[in-house]
Structure formats: structure tokens, C-alpha cells
Design a protein around this ligand. Structure first.
Ligand code: ADP
Ligand code: MG
Length: 571
């Protein structure tokens, strides 16, 4: 257990406890010097079927031997660390074989997927040292320690995994550099969008469609159509490593994506939505980059809403229910969508992304015939079409909207992109002509400025992770569900969460924020600021004392979305 124990010491403990009850494994907690790295056993599982033990390996700079230019900037180090984590994961699936009952013998790391996310699985430190955090199912037969198998696993297999994945010598130089450089290029591109008046860029040659609805890897095969910008929307950037790239710029303002069914509209929007993150080389979306503050908005009937001012979209409801501070345990499609927009404004969104596939029709549009049939006085909804330009003029919030079905939107669009067999065309001019030639006869229903109150103060105690006798009980199931104390938090509609390690970190951040910052005085946006700054300066470990290897960075918008969906939240 002493700080200076060696791997030989670990072997001796494992031999000594061989055949004893599983609890004897507690003896291996501690730090051990191996030939090439130090191994720390942070926590030991209580039995073979419990959550596996948590370990970490620290490889000093001299051993990892990564050339300094690979981690000279934060952005490069991040691209590199995601590559190393995936390499580690690939090695574990080769070498961690079942050794006994339950999860015995299983080594697992929470490697990032297609997106490059700051994470705690593998970190390349500023000094070039590499830290990997992973879990191990300590081998047993029934509840008896298999000490020899454990020794083989930790002293033979693990050092091979570490060497073959985390040492520079195990990879081609140019492959390592590719991952570092590609990430830096994507960051550079994102930082140049605003000055060019853009909210997104899709490089020529990008591959947007995904393998399937549950597989985020690129669609392969002959039928895939690579992206090609229309001439009139083509812009050019010069990137630090890739040099000159061209592609379609999506300008700030109101952009419409139109076209027939199955022509690639949603696929384009989804790529823009994911462009808030960088992607790994080979993904097809390496140079599909959006400004970091675009937020996907959708209808979500049944969700809870707490004290949101949706009066800009929804006037007084039947039975005199006010909408200046709207709360509901069971919002409708349109009220949930209105709430999502105001909540996104509160978290600082710079643009909204809306797909007709997941929007409430009555929220998007009320056409001339419906206006004639149902008078404005008996319709509480001011449709989005009548607010979308105001959102941009008064708040500088852009919108990208997929609408195949409603031509009324042609009147309010700055740019209209038509998808045809997966190819975009700029039809803005034609759309303007069509709009002029076919007046819709509908009248704008807005008589008021876009005035919203977005200063909600969460009440202490309303974000409560306690359950039974436990001070804090937070469990994550998949990407979409957090069991937060006694409440089940459903995040299925928060579509820009892309990895369950983000979901885990969001669960921990809710707890962190409630302990530290929710005092009844601070506004939600101040609380978001404080949490994000803490993570920025101290890393994701600030969220939890035990060093989790299963956290990935999220945006403030997704943390806000989680707060907003807590049924217990009171403001
Ligand atoms: P829409 O929203 O216009 O109805 P989708 O974006 O849902 O269409 O695309 C329809 C189908 O076409 C999806 O299965 C998608 O994966 C596939 N697809 C989208 N873009 C491409 C492309 N560039 N090349 C090949 N298939 C694509
Ligand atoms: Mg669609």
C-alpha cells in the first residue's frame, strides 16, 4: 500500500490473496511503480458483479515519447488524446479476455466516438505525460480471488495494452500528427466563422450521411453523394494545416432548407447540429464546423417546464393561465417548443436549428385559411414564422429551418437551400420570385416587440440528488437517461448530447452546481457560467472527488437543458 511499492509488490499481494474471499482484493488499493509507468488502483469493487474497479496509469513523457509538437497546443493535445483513447480501447478488446465469473478479466476504457471531446479517459498533460483511466473486472471464481489470473492481467496484459496504444513508437508519426492537426484545423475554422458572417461551414467533399440511426460512422458504399456547395454560396478558408479549403457557408440570419422527402434535408441539418463539435479524421465531417452556440430545438410534449416566459409565442391560455411565467408538468408540443427556444436564449444560444420532422406544426405556421377560420383572439399561438426575423434583428439569433411543406416561410428567409438528390442548390432568388408571384394572403400576427424575461433563479433544494439515505445518487443509463436522486431525467430530446460520458458528466454537474452555486439568488445563466469556468480552469475532475475516467465535456446548453427538464426544478 505504500507509495513506493513496485509491480513486484503487487504480484506478491495477488499471490498471497489467491483463493481468498473477494474482499481481500481491497489490499491492492494504492500506487505501484511498473517498469514503464505508475499504476494506481483508485477503487476496488466489492464483488465480482459490482461496478468494476477503477485504475489509472501514468506514463511519463520520456516513456510515451510523444513529439512535443503533437501537444504544443490544447487543441492538438485533445485530438491526440482522443486518438490514444481509441487505440487503448482497441487493444483492450484484443487482450482482455474473460478470466472467471462476472466481468472478471475485462479491461474497459470510455473512449470517445466520432466527436473529439475533452474527456477523462486519456489525457495528454501539458508536460507530455499521458494519463489513462480505465476499469478492470478483477478476476474471481465465484467469490474467490483468482490471484494468478489477476497477476497475469495486471502485470502482463495491461503493460502490453499500455505500450501498444499509448507509446508514440506504436504508431506511425504521420498518423499521430493527423489527429492533432485535424483538430486544430477544425478549431481554427470555427474561430473564423463569425468574422465572415457565417454560422456554419460544410466543406466540399464532406460525407454527411451516417451508417445508420444507431451508428455514427460514415455511410459507405457507391451510393454516397459527397457534399458539393452551390457556386453562389461557396466560400474559401485558409487553414493552418490543410491549407485552402472550399465549401458552403451558412450565413447568419434565417436559412431555409427545402426539398422533396428523402433528399437529404435532415441529414444536412444534423451535420450542422453536430458541427458544434470537432470530428475525428476519417469521419467525413472533419470540416463541417458550426459556431459553438447553435442549439437544436424540437417539440417535446409531456416534458416539464418551470417558470419560463413563453408569452412571445403563446398568449394567455384557456382558463386564464398566464404565460409570462409558464410552468407545466405536461407541456404540449407547441408550448414545449416555445419553452425550448426561450431556454436556449437564456443559455446564450446564437442560433436555433429546427427540423419540421420534430417540430409542432401549429407552432411553426398558421396559414391564411386558418387565420380566416379561427380568429386571432381565440388562438393563443403566435407562430414562429412571425418571430423568426425578430429573433435575428433584436437578439442576433439566427435560425436554420428544414421545411419541405410550408411555402409561407419563403417570405421570411434570407437564404433558401434546396436539397435535390443530396445536392444543395441556392434557390434564394427563385424563392423570392415565387414568393412575390404567389402571395400567401396570410397576415403577420405580431403586434408586439419580442420581449422576454430570461432571468430565472433556481430555488435551492429543487435540484436534489438525495435518495433514501444516500447523500447523492446519480446513475446514467445510456445517453438519454439520468437517474438523479429519486427523479428520472429524460434527455431524449436533447439531441446534441453525443456520448454517454457527456451524460455522466452532466449528471455530476447538476449535483456540483446545486451544492456550490444554487442559492436562490443567482440566475440560471450565472450558474452555468460558474460551472463552465470551473471546468475550464480545473478540468472535469472538479465535478467529482473520485477521479472518474468516464466524463466527457458538454456545452452549457446541454447542462441547461438538463436543468430545465428536471421535474423538481422550481424557480
Ligand atoms: P429528408 O430529410 O430530406 O427527408 P434525409 O436527410 O432523412 O432526407 O435523408 C434520407 C436518406 O438518405 C437517409 O437514409 C440518409 O442517410 C440518406 N442520405 C442523406 N444524404 C445522403 C448522401 N449525401 N448520400 C447518400 N445518402 C444520403
Ligand atoms: Mg427529414
Amino acid at each position: 500500500m505504500s507509495e513506493t511499492a513496485t509491480s513486484e509488490g503487487l504480484r506478491q499481494i495477488l499471490y498471497r490473496i489467491d483463493g481468498r474471499g473477494y474482499k481481500a482484493y481491497k489490499d491492492i488499493a494504492g500506487t505501484y511503480r511498473f517498469a514503464d509507468f505508475t499504476l494506481t488502483v483508485d477503487s476496488v469493487q466489492g464483488d465480482p458483479f459490482a461496478a468494476p474497479s477503477r485504475l489509472r496509469a501514468l506514463i511519463p513523457r520520456g516513456v510515451a515519447a510523444l513529439p512535443e509538437r503533437l501537444y504544443a497546443t490544447r487543441s492538438r493535445a485533445l485530438g491526440l488524446s482522443c486518438f490514444l483513447a481509441r487505440a487503448f480501447a482497441a487493444e483492450t478488446s484484443k487482450r482482455s479476455t474473460r478470466r472467471g465469473s462476472g466481468k472478471s478479466g475485462e479491461i474497459r476504457i470510455e473512449a470517445p466516438g466520432q466527436q473529439v471531446l475533452a474527456n477523462t479517459a486519456v489525457q495528454v498533460h501539458d508536460d507530455g505525460a499521458v494519463e489513462a483511466r480505465f476499469t478492470v473486472g478483477l478476476p474471481s471464481q465465484g467469490r474467490r480471488v483468482l490471484g494468478r489470473q489477476a497477476s497475469e492481467l495486471l502485470l502482463e496484459a495491461l503493460p502490453r495494452i499500455v505500450e501498444d496504444s499509448l507509446f508514440a513508437g506504436s504508431h506511425a508519426d504521420d498518423e499521430l500528427w493527423l489527429h492533432a492537426a485535424a483538430n486544430e484545423d477544425a478549431d481554427a475554422l470555427r474561430s473564423m466563422l463569425a468574422e465572415r458572417g457565417l454560422i456554419a461551414f460544410i466543406a466540399d467533399g464532406s460525407i454527411l450521411p451516417r451508417s445508420s440511426g444507431v451508428d455514427d460512422r460514415p455511410l459507405g458504399g457507391e451510393a454516397v453523394v459527397a457534399f458539393k456547395s452551390p457556386e453562389s454560396l461557396r466560400v474559401e478558408f485558409s487553414l493552418p494545416h490543410a491549407g485552402r479549403v472550399t465549401g458552403m457557408g451558412v450565413a447568419a440570419g434565417v436559412t431555409l432548407i427545402v426539398g422533396g422527402g428523402y433528399h437529404g434535408k435532415s441529414t444536412l441539418l444534423r451535420a450542422i447540429e453536430r458541427g458544434v463539435y470537432n470530428h475525428r479524421p476519417g469521419d467525413g465531417r472533419e470540416l463541417v464546423v458550426s459556431t459553438a452556440d447553435l442549439v437544436k430545438i424540437r417539440a417535446e410534449d409531456g416534458r416539464a417546464v418551470s417558470g419560463v416566459d413563453i408569452s412571445a409565442f403563446i398568449g394567455d391560455l384557456p382558463l386564464g393561465k398566464s404565460t409570462r411565467s409558464f410552468s407545466s408538468d405536461n407541456a404540449s408540443g407547441s408550448t414545449s417548443q416555445a419553452a425550448a427556444i426561450v431556454e436556449a436564449m437564456e443559455s446564450g444560444a446564437g442560433g436555433l436549428l429546427i427540423d419540421e420532422d420534430t417540430a409542432a406544426t401549429n407552432f411553426l405556421i398558421r396559414d391564411a385559411r386558418m387565420q380566416a377560420l379561427v380568429p386571432k383572439e381565440s388562438e393563443p399561438i403566435t407562430p414562429f414564422i412571425d418571430r423568426v426575423n425578430q429573433l435575428y434583428w433584436e437578439y442576433e439569433i439566427s435560425t436554420v429551418l428544414v421545411v419541405g411543406g410550408s411555402g409561407d416561410y419563403l417570405d421570411v428567409a434570407d437564404t433558401v437551400i434546396a436539397m435535390e438528390t443530396f445536392r444543395p442548390h441556392d434557390v434564394s432568388a427563385r424563392a423570392g420570385a415565387v414568393a412575390a408571384a404567389h402571395p400567401t394572403g396570410r397576415v403577420n400576427e405580431v403586434g408586439t416587440p419580442f420581449d422576454v424575461r430570461i432571468q430565472r433563479r433556481p430555488r435551492p433544494g429543487s435540484v436534489d440528488p438525495r435518495k433514501g439515505r444516500r447523500e447523492s445518487s446519480i446513475r446514467t443509463r445510456g445517453i438519454q437517461t439520468i437517474q438523479f436522486g429519486r427523479e428520472t431525467l429524460d434527455l431524449f430530446a436533447v439531441e446534441q448530447i453525443v456520448h454517454w460520458a457527456q451524460t455522466r458528466a452532466i449528471g455530476a454537474a447538476l449535483d456540483y452546481a446545486s451544492r456550490r452555486y444554487i442559492d436562490g439568488q443567482r440566475s440560471l445563466s450565472e450558474i452555468l457560467d460558474l460551472v463552465m469556468v470551473d471546468i475550464e480552469t480545473e478540468g472535469l475532475d472538479v465535478l467529482e472527488r473520485r477521479r472518474s475516467g468516464e466524463f466527457a465535456l458538454f456545452r452549457r446548453h446541454e447542462l441547461a437543458a438538463a436543468f430545465n427538464r428536471l421535474r423538481s426544478l422550481r424557480t
